[in-house]
Design a protein around this ligand. Structure first.
Ligand SMILES: Nc1ncnc2c1ncn2[C@@H]1O[C@H](COP(=O)(O)OP(=O)(O)OP(=O)(O)O)[C@@H](O)[C@H]1O
Length: 302
């Protein structure tokens, strides 16, 4: 049986349908990413799976237990790092860790092996109150606390939000070594560039799963040729491109526009369709789509 099984889970808050028939499954030893923007429903799913909130419809099991009926067993077997850090700001690093160990009726010494690699990085600051740690250090302490009772399943809700790029990379490396120990990890992130670190991902928007697969297969499913285009006047260029017959979609992407075309158009045809006088510094090059391109493509279809 999978570590996490979610079947057609729905949940509304009043008029807001936060989750709409969501299904997914995560195996032991798998790092599964839930990728979607703010408000997509990620935290709601985490709260349901960690037994803090009831679903309106559907079923889910975690570590083989039904989330509605067996919350005691589930709470013993899962580690949960909520979106806002769960730490006690006035307690020191070591006091936080001891506190979480005590709640779960265990000791830091008993399970130290699992957190050793992570905790060693913050141990020099063990006498410092958690509130005075950097974002990256808080994140490592919160992960240590979530792991101190040796959970089989780990839920990490936007663990890298507000953390610098180096700490983000270190964090993903830590997750890889945890999954190698057989732990199932469900992690959410609004950062599309983190999708590639996961074994499989589900793209979620407005409470609905748009697609689930490996990051590679998701990107491969992009349906058309894609070009990065830039000029000194991207704003005008975007408007013009959107009116062209060859355009499937044209979207701003940082300093470039991403142009998805119908299959039968070449770069030369794109360039010659634009007046060189209006766009003297025009740059057009074919590119490989990334997860964000696919996400936007799927969002368009909904
Ligand atoms: N307690 C609540 N009462 C009313 N609406 C809520 C509540 N919690 C969440 N929502 C709404 O449900 C939807 C899904 O929210 P959720 O927090 O699950 O999304 P999210 O993907 O985790 O985004 P975020 O990162 O912003 O938390 C949003 O429209 C949100 O405004």
């Amino acid at each position: 049986m999978a570590a996490i099984e979610v079947n057609n889970i729905s949940r509304a808050y009043g008029q807001v349908q936060a989750l709409d028939a969501v299904s997914l499954s995560v195996e032991y030893g798998e790092l599964f990413g839930l990728i979607g923007p703010d408000g997509a429903g990620k935290s709601t799913l985490f709260r349901i799976l960690t037994t803090l909130l009831l679903a309106d419809k559907g079923q889910a099991t975690v570590a083989g237990h039904d989330v509605e009926k067996a919350y005691r067993q589930i709470r013993k077997q899962v580690g949960y790092m909520p979106g806002r850090f769960s730490l006690y700001q006035d307690l020191t690093v070591e006091e936080n860790l001891k506190f979480f160990a005590t709640i779960f009726n265990t000791t830091v010494e008993e399970n130290y092996n699992l957190i050793k690699d992570i905790y060693e990085q913050i141990e020099p600051f063990k006498k410092r109150p958690a509130g005075k740690l950097s974002g990256g250090m808080k994140q490592k302490l919160a992960l240590s606390c979530a792991l101190i009772h040796k959970p089989k399943v780990l839920f990490l809700d936007e663990p890298t939000t507000g953390v610098d790029a180096v700490s983000r990379q270190e964090f993903w490396d830590m997750l890889k070594s945890l999954k190698a120990k057989g732990i199932a990890i469900l992690v959410s992130t609004p950062y599309m560039d983190e999708a590639g670190m996961c074994d499989r991902i589900a793209l979620i928007q407005n409470g609905r799963i748009l697609q689930t697969d490996t990051p590679g297969k998701i990107v491969d499913s992009y349906p058309s040729p894609l070009y990065a285009i830039r000029s000194g006047n991207n704003y005008e260029l975007l408007k013009i491109l959107r009116d062209m017959d060859y355009t499937r979609s044209a979207l701003p992407f940082g300093e470039y526009l991403h142009l998805a075309t119908h299959a039968n158009v070449s770069i030369d045809e794109i360039i010659s369709s634009l007046d060189p006088a209006d766009y003297p510094d025009l740059e057009v090059r074919p590119i490989e789509p990334d997860i964000e391109d696919l996400f936007l493509e799927l969002s368009r279809e909904v």
